[in-house]
Design a protein around this ligand. Structure first.
Ligand code: URA
Length: 242
């Protein structure tokens, strides 16, 4: 598919579209060996050879990363004005600019997907594609079977009805309960707000899966590349809905 030259240059991370227009105006951009000064030119990234200042430019490699976000990190890139740690520190060694898909709260740990594939990222987040997100929640108090049944029916929250895809008791830990709860939507603080509605405050929260992608044994603070199989399973889970 052809795209405008300035868009292509910004997709390659060379410059913003406005700055790319300046580069074009200054005669620093060549397409297939010819200097191009026409802003309207469109290029096919698969076919055309584009150079800036004599250096070839190409689209960045698509990256699909799994990070085990530790508690005590903000899900954002760049610095926090309040000096809290951000996930940027954990992914410094990835040369491409990847973005977190959705957020985990500061104190939540677990699976975060990072990618530079914007289309896939949007679909992972959209409730229409119903990608289940699985959480382990340690809650205060012993959750009774009666409460568990109520949880399964769902409840009203201040921003609308919420119903988990599933919820089960993993085990009791002293006076607390470890629950596994799955939602396919990503409203802010959904798990904490939902469980608080039943009188059970979340003490610890960890996301263990997003659709077919599992956190597995990845240590906190570490990232790894998704395998080809994982990427294709993820795409299948999303695109089969379309
Ligand atoms: N639900 C929450 O309450 N917190 C998270 O970080 C993710 C889901």
């Amino acid at each position: 598919m052809k795209v405008r030259l300035n868009k292509f240059l910004s997709m390659c991370g060379v410059a913003s579209r406005r700055k790319a227009d300046l580069l074009i105006k200054e005669g620093r951009v060549k397409v297939n060996g010819e200097v191009v000064r026409n802003f309207g030119v469109r290029v096919d990234p698969q076919v055309d050879q584009v150079e800036v200042d004599g250096k070839p430019v190409s689209l960045p490699k698509k990256r699909y990363i799994i990070l085990n976000k530790p508690a005590g990190y903000l899900t954002q890139l760049g610095k926090d004005p309040r000096g809290r740690k951000t996930i940027e520190e954990l992914i410094k060694d990835i040369p491409e600019r990847v973005f977190p898909v959705g957020r985990l709260d500061y104190n939540t740990e677990g699976l975060l997907i990072l990618t530079n594939d914007g289309d896939l990222a949007n679909k992972i987040l959209h409730p229409r594609y119903k990608l289940p997100k699985v959480y382990l929640a340690l809650v205060r108090g012993k959750v009774s079977q009666k409460t568990l049944k109520e949880m399964q029916k769902g409840t009203d929250l201040e921003d609308g009805f919420a119903k988990p895809d599933s919820v089960r008791i993993v085990r009791y830990e002293g006076e607390n309960t470890l629950l596994e709860i799955t939602f396919h939507e990503g409203r802010k603080h959904i798990v904490k707000r939902f469980l608080a509605k039943f009188g059970h405050k979340v003490i610890k929260l960890k996301r263990t899966a997003i659709g077919p992608i599992k956190l597995g044994k990845l240590p906190p603070g570490k990232w790894r590349e998704m395998s080809r199989e994982e990427i294709s399973k993820l795409k299948k889970a999303i695109y089969q809905v379309m």
